[in-house]
Design a protein around this ligand. Structure first.
Ligand SMILES: NC(=O)C1=CN([C@@H]2O[C@H](COP(=O)(O)OP(=O)(O)OC[C@H]3O[C@@H](n4cnc5c(N)ncnc54)[C@H](OP(=O)(O)O)[C@@H]3O)[C@@H](O)[C@H]2O)C=CC1
Ligand SMILES: CC(C)(CO)C(=O)C(=O)O
Length: 298
């Protein structure tokens, strides 16, 4: 399969690099990362030890492929949708965290798939990405139900060795992943700890409360996600990625904008729509947003 990965940062480099073992992959990213990959290939460290050779470019316009995998941050999705609209793709799939990405992409593309990823990835230096935890990709039609394109893309991911499930209940899966990120990301970013730390007191209670509020909000919007399932999913991912620095922790440590609006902020907004209380998500979103404002004032 011909695959373009738009957003060759931590996750995009890892997923693109693994897909390149079985497919014709082009990474779209920034300099000097893409230049290093063009010159010497991409080194995948941590859970893997391999160097892969694949195309990499900083020019995402006008490309064509069977599938485009979107791995930019959620606040860059509108720009990514415009870039992809200049090319031709059989399907566009988001592997991003946060809610709302598929709806933005669907404004520009006919066939959009939803996806979640629990692989841990950190781009260490130009041309090098660390896999800090093997996880799973789940993908399917954004509104639920079966999709032949999802089956095709899922088979392509599996044939490259990525653990992949094609799911017919993506709305539920997206809310479950939202609970995982609402629980883990802001807490690990604020406390500057690895994901495994949220399994212990005192973080444990905070993380469970954020996941529970997310599940309650999902149910208020007609999505069948129990508190127990949301907490279990959060703890399972924290355990499997115990040594990982969450993407939000990486953002805060690098002084970059976070995805708080699409994660805890989204939970707060949807909870408000349905008159559900979400005090823990509100607090976490408020503190991260305060940090983002302070960062701009400096
Ligand atoms: N890292 C992880 O372990 C995981 C991340 N995720 C999710 O995956 C998504 C990506 O996260 P992550 O990889 O950590 O983020 P990164 O910031 O490391 O990667 C995104 C990359 O995309 C680049 N980019 C943005 N727009 C464009 C564009 N138009 N053309 C080319 N490059 C572009 C960014 O460049 P610039 O820096 O210049 O903006 C950046 O290098 C997020 O939604 C995250 O929550 C999900 C699971 C695990
Ligand atoms: C799976 C997890 C929690 C891995 O760290 C992630 O999604 C993230 O960091 O954003």
């Amino acid at each position: 399969m011909e695959i373009v990965v738009l957003g060759a940062g931590s996750l995009g480099s890892l997923v693109g690099g693994l897909l390149a073992g079985a497919h014709d992959v082009t990474l779209v990213g920034r300099e000097p990362h893409v230049e290093a990959i063009e010159a010497d290939g991409l080194e995948i460290r941590g859970e893997y030890d391999r160097r892969v050779f694949l195309r990499a470019t900083a020019e995402g316009e006008g490309l064509a492929a069977d599938c485009a995998v979107v791995t930019v941050k959620s606040f860059d999705t509108p720009d990514a949708a415009h870039v992809l609209a200049t090319g031709e793709y059989g399907a566009v799939i988001s592997l991003q965290n946060g809610m709302g990405n598929e709806a933005v992409l669907a404004g520009h593309h006919d066939t959009v798939l939803a996806g979640t990823a629990t692989y841990g990835a950190v781009r260490r230096e130009p041309g090098v990405v660390d896999c800090t935890g093997r996880g799973e990709v789940v993908l399917g039609a954004p509104g639920g139900g079966r999709s032949s394109m999802a089956d095709r893309v899922g088979e392509a991911f599996r044939s490259a060795g990525l653990e992949t499930t094609v799911a017919a209940d993506m709305p539920r899966r997206l809310w479950a992943k939202l609970a995982v990120n609402a629980g883990i990301n802001a807490v690990t970013a604020l406390a500057r700890v690895e994901n495994g730390a949220v399994l212990e007191a005192p973080a444990e209670e905070l993380v469970r409360a954020a996941a529970r509020e997310t599940a309650r909000t999902a149910r208020a919007h007609g999505v069948d996600l129990s508190n127990r399932e949301a907490i279990a999913a959060t703890e399972r991912v924290a355990d499997r990625t115990a040594g990982n620095e969450s993407s939000m922790r990486q953002d805060v440590e690098n002084g970059r904008q976070t995805e708080i609006d699409a994660i805890n902020g989204y939970v707060v907004d949807r909870a408000e729509d349905a008159s559900v209380a979400a005090p823990t998500n509100r607090l976490l979103a408020g503190v991260i947003r305060t940090w983002e404002r302070g960062r701009k004032l400096r």
